[in-house]
Structures are given as structure tokens and as C-alpha cells.
Design a protein around this ligand. Structure first.
Ligand SMILES: Cc1cc2nc3c(=O)[nH]c(=O)nc-3n(C[C@H](O)[C@H](O)[C@H](O)COP(=O)(O)O)c2cc1C
Length: 225
């Protein structure tokens, strides 16, 4: 195999963060502190911060370097009203799928910050992108959507590091949403993100607090073949 030309190598070890135990510790702290946030203060978020969070999505891995993530910033009042109404209807329908104590619990969950979040972004994956020339996604088309998920995760951590909260919402009638937002057919909806200053910083997931589910702290399930 021929060696690749060195274009952007790090000149000496001090310039890189790796290996650096203090960096690893801080990174793990960032993972610990990241929360799905649905309760926001009303203060706006400075535009330069929003731009930095969106830009961080471009550093995420993507299949074939396809970078298929597309954003729709929801700013227009009527557009926001449609998205909120969509969520409320879908959430009421989801409630019908539960009974007894689960239904009571579900009815009391706060599952979106769409009324209060100053920044709202619908995230899509452009499954028709030519970028990357199909590498990896020819055999596994879903890898494009996985790539968009990677970019959301990158933004999530970036927002957390800046003290901002980010909440991911998936409770929608997707057909109605994409029709209302008039997006291209190749754009697959991945989720809506609410971003803003959190009411509170906390280490326990909101669903754990509410008694809906607990985080498995035993570690991942690993099978061996
Ligand atoms: C793909 C995806 C979709 C999600 N959709 C919703 C949602 O519609 N509403 C909601 O309140 N939280 C949603 N969440 C957030 C999860 O509930 C949350 O990540 C989980 O409870 C763990 O909490 P934590 O993120 O604070 O650790 C979603 C998370 C992911 C990864």
C-alpha cells in the first residue's frame, strides 16, 4: 500500500490532545453532563454560538465523506405553530397506546421544549446526495442516516460543552411535517432539535427522574461469537 501524502499532520506531540489523561477526564465529564433538555430559559442564544454548534456538525464522521446532514431553521411563527401542533397531536396519539399507570406517567412527561426553546432546527438527511460517490452507502443506504445521527451527536456534545441545552424530538407525524415544511423527497427527517439555555443542569436523565425508565449502569450488552 502506498503511503498517503502528509498534508495536515501534527508537528509534535504537544500540539495534539492525545494521549492526555486530563483531556480524557474532561471528555468523560462532558459525556456525563450531556442531557436531553426540554426545559429552557426564555433568553435568546447568541447567533455566533448557534453558528458554532451547527458548524460542529461538519466535523462528524459520515459514510464516504458524504456529509448528508441538512438543517431547516424554524423561525417563522406560523411554521413553529405547525410543528408544535404536529407534536401535540402525535403525542396525544402516542398516549392512547398506553394504559393504567403507564398512561398516567406518560401524560405527565415533558417530551419537547417547542413552546419555549429560542432555537429550533429540523434535521434531515439528504439521501440523494452525490457527495461521497456512494462509497459505503451503495451497499448500506441507511449509513447516510446514521451519518446524520453522528452529526447530531457532535452538535449535542458541542452545545453541552458551551452550557447550552439541546433536546431531540421525534414524536411527530413525519408525513405531515415534511409536507408542512415542503422539503425535497430525498430529505429524510431525522428529528427536531430544541436549543437554548437550560432551566437547570442535572446529571440524571429526565425520564429517570420521572420514573419512566432507568439508565442501565451495568455497561453495554456484549455477546461473543
Ligand atoms: C433518536 C432520539 C429521539 C429522541 N426523541 C425524543 C423525544 O421525542 N422526546 C423527548 O423528550 N426525548 C427524546 N429523546 C431523548 C431521550 O429521551 C433521552 O436521550 C434519554 O431519555 C436519555 O436521557 P439523556 O439524553 O438526558 O441522557 C430522543 C433521543 C434520541 C437519541
Amino acid at each position: 500500500m502506498t503511503a498517503l501524502p502528509a498534508t495536515n499532520t501534527v508537528a509534535n506531540k504537544e500540539e495534539t490532545a492525545v494521549p492526555n489523561p486530563a483531556f480524557v477526564e474532561q471528555l468523560e465529564e462532558l459525556f456525563r453532563q450531556r442531557r436531553d433538555v426540554r426545559r429552557f430559559q426564555s433568553e435568546p442564544v447568541e447567533e455566533n454560538l448557534v453558528a458554532k454548534i451547527l458548524a460542529s456538525s461538519c466535523t462528524a464522521p459520515s459514510v464516504g465523506l458524504s456529509q448528508p446532514t441538512r438543517f431547516l431553521r424554524l423561525q417563522n411563527e406560523a411554521v413553529r405553530r405547525d410543528v408544535l401542533a404536529n407534536f401535540e397531536t402525535a403525542n396525544a396519539e402516542a398516549l392512547q397506546g398506553y394504559e393504567g399507570d403507564r398512561a398516567k406517567l406518560y401524560a405527565n412527561l415533558k417530551l419537547a421544549g417547542l413552546r419555549e426553546a429560542p432555537v429550533q432546527i429540523a434535521v434531515f438527511c439528504d439521501t440523494g446526495t452525490k457527495k461521497g460517490a456512494g462509497l459505503g452507502s451503495r451497499t448500506m443506504p441507511e449509513a447516510l442516516v446514521y451519518s446524520t445521527v453522528c452529526s447530531v451527536m457532535t452538535m449535542w456534545l458541542n452545545a453541552t460543552a458551551r452550557g447550552l441545552g439541546l433536546g431531540w424530538i421525534s414524536i411527530f407525524d413525519v408525513e405531515r411535517l415534511t409536507a408542512d415544511l415542503k422539503t425535497a423527497d430525498e430529505w429524510t427527517f431525522v428529528g427536531c432539535l430544541c436549543i437554548g439555555w437550560p432551566e437547570e443542569y442535572h446529571l440524571d436523565p429526565e425520564l429517570e427522574r420521572a420514573g419512566w425508565e432507568t439508565r442501565d449502569r451495568k455497561g453495554p450488552i456484549v455477546e461473543v461469537r
